[in-house]
Structure formats: C-alpha cells, structure tokens
Design a protein around this ligand. Structure first.
Ligand SMILES: [Zn+2]
Length: 317
C-alpha cells in the first residue's frame, strides 16, 4: 500500500481545527452551510425566503411562505441534542482523525462528557458513516474473503462457522495497476449463496470481476451480474496467495484497529457500525484534512437516530 502518501498527509491540525470550529457560532455556520449549501430551503415547501430567530439556544428558521419553523438541527443526526455544537464538532474531529478508531471511553475522556453521552455520540457518528457508504458500490476487479467477528478477531480465521462468531464479507476493489481503491465490509446471515447474492446486489456493481478463494457461496455474485473467478486453494489459506494480498492486508489492518481501539463490544448487535467506521476511514484515507467536513455532511444528510433506534440493532443492520 502506498502508505507514505497516507502517513505524511498534513491532516487537520488541532490549532487549525479550533481556529475553524472553536466557537458555537462557527459550528452553527458550518452546520448551516453543510445542510443548505445554497442557503436555507423550507423542508415543507421549498421556499427560500425566511426569517430566523432563537428558540432557547437553537437557531430556528421560519418560512416566509408556509410559516413552518425549522430548527437548524431538526431532521439531522444532531436533532434534540442538548450538547453544544462545539462538543459535536470536536467529536467529529477526534473520530475522523483517529487512525485506528476511537472508543466511547476515549471519547468520554477527551470530550469531558458522561459515558452514556459518549456512547451515543460515537454510535450516531458511526451510523452516519455507515449510511453514507451505502450510497456507493464497488466496481472493476474485486478481491473478496470471508471473515468473522468475535472469538478471534477478524483475520484470525480459526475455522469457518465456529460458534459465537459473526460472519462478514470483506471486499476490496483494485485499480488497473492492482492497487486498492475502496473497500466494503458487511455482516451476512451466513456464508450461503443466497446471502452472498444479496450482498453482491447491494455492494457490487454488475459486471465486477470477483476473485475468491473458491468457497462455494461466492458463486452467488454471479446472481448479481458479476463474473466469479475462484482460486481453489485446498488446505492453503488464501492469505498465502498473491491474488489475495490486498484483502488480507485490509483484514490485518482491521484486526490491528479493533485490537488497539476497542476493548470489547457486542459484535452481533453493533458489528455493522464498527465495520462501517473502519471502512469509511479507509475509503477516504487520502483525504484526511477534509474528513471532518465529509462527516459533517454525512451527519446532516441522515435522519435523527435516537438512542432507542441505535440500540435496536436489527433496525440498523
Ligand atoms: Zn415553507
């Protein structure tokens, strides 16, 4: 991997962050621009004309045509928050700049909020990352592999279908030079042809060329209009074969990330979000400096995700 290009990026320095987003007014202005890049539009009728005032601390817009009142944060990930936007922006900054992810506990310490609040912030932002990446599919040449959460960490494949493990598919797209472009990781109900076909329909563009280690279920990608080129490896693990070099590197990075950043979490319930946070960061690895702005855009483009919703894993997976 062209790691130097990633490691030596300037990123957004702490002083530069505070210069841009250090006050509530600056964060409010950034949020308004992210939500309405061309200026306020009434969510009810589309009218641009408006007046604005404050309801408590929150900037609120009143549509000139239909009189609907819209709070700056209503209908976004920040809806109903009692936290200052400076805390949210700092969380966005910390999460987007942390190379190996950030636990709720680390976030609690750095933001000076309670653990339950830190948990909510972390899960809301990871949810925004997850929903953002569902907009994109992989195309071209793809390496895929089967992996598991729980028990052994991803990459340490002790045996397919072991107890207490959550299966997920990992895929990386390659450019014509054979270097990685984007990744996708998705929990699946099991390694069945049906599950892989459903995954491929959601995450791959038709016409992809998919390289797998020959596990039978991966033939399911052909049901989604992709070409499947299996390499039958017998007893050899695909990690030893050059055809699977990048997917193995990615899974190994994931293992390092999860081992370093998080102590333990409910894999079955929240695995999708942790995977999504890793994937989101990987897919934007050449744009570290712009990452907070991207994440802000993701946060204003998804609906409110209250705690009860976030804890109902089946609704979010
Ligand atoms: Zn209106």
């Amino acid at each position: 991997m062209a790691m130097n290009r990633i490691q030596f990026q300037p990123g957004l320095s702490v002083p530069a962050f505070f210069e841009q987003f250090g006050t509530e007014a600056q964060c409010e202005a950034a949020l308004e621009t992210a939500r309405w890049p061309e200026g306020f539009r009434c969510p009810s009728c589309g009218e641009a004309g408006h007046s604005d005032f404050r309801v408590g601390a929150r900037k609120t817009f009143q549509c000139r045509a239909c009189r609907t009142q819209t709070s700056l944060i209503a209908g976004t990930l920040f809806q109903s928050t009692r936290l200052g936007l400076t805390i949210w922006f700092l969380a966005i900054y910390l999460i987007s700049q942390a190379k190996t992810g950030l636990s709720s506990l680390a976030l609690k310490r750095q933001l000076g909020v309670s653990y339950p609040t830190a948990w909510l912030i972390q899960h809301k932002l990871m949810q925004a990352m997850a929903e953002r990446d569902t907009l994109y599919r992989l195309d071209g040449e793809i390496q895929v592999d089967d992996a598991y959460f729980g028990g052994e960490l991803p990459g340490g494949k002790a045996g397919r279908g072991s107890e207490n493990k959550v299966p997920f598919v990992a895929a990386v797209s390659l450019n014509p030079e054979g270097n990685p472009l984007y990744i996708k990781m998705a929990p699946v109900p099991g390694f069945t042809r049906k599950a892989i076909a459903a995954w491929a329909l959601a995450d791959l563009s038709p016409g992809c060329v998919v390289y797998s280690d020959g596990l039978a279920c991966f033939a399911g990608v052909t049901d989604a209009g992709c070409l499947h080129l299996p390499t039958v490896v017998g007893d050899r693990k695909p990690r030893d074969l050059p055809e699977f070099g990048w997917i193995n590197t990615v899974l190994s990075n994931l293992k390092t990330s999860f081992g370093g950043a998080y102590h333990s979490f409910d894999f079955a319930k929240y695995g999708l979000r942790y995977l999504a946070a890793f994937v989101y960061r990987f897919n934007r690895r050449f744009h570290l400096e712009a990452l907070p702005q991207h994440l802000l855009a993701a946060a204003v483009s998804i609906e409110a995700r209250p705690e009860a919703w976030l804890r109902r894993a089946e609704a979010s997976c």
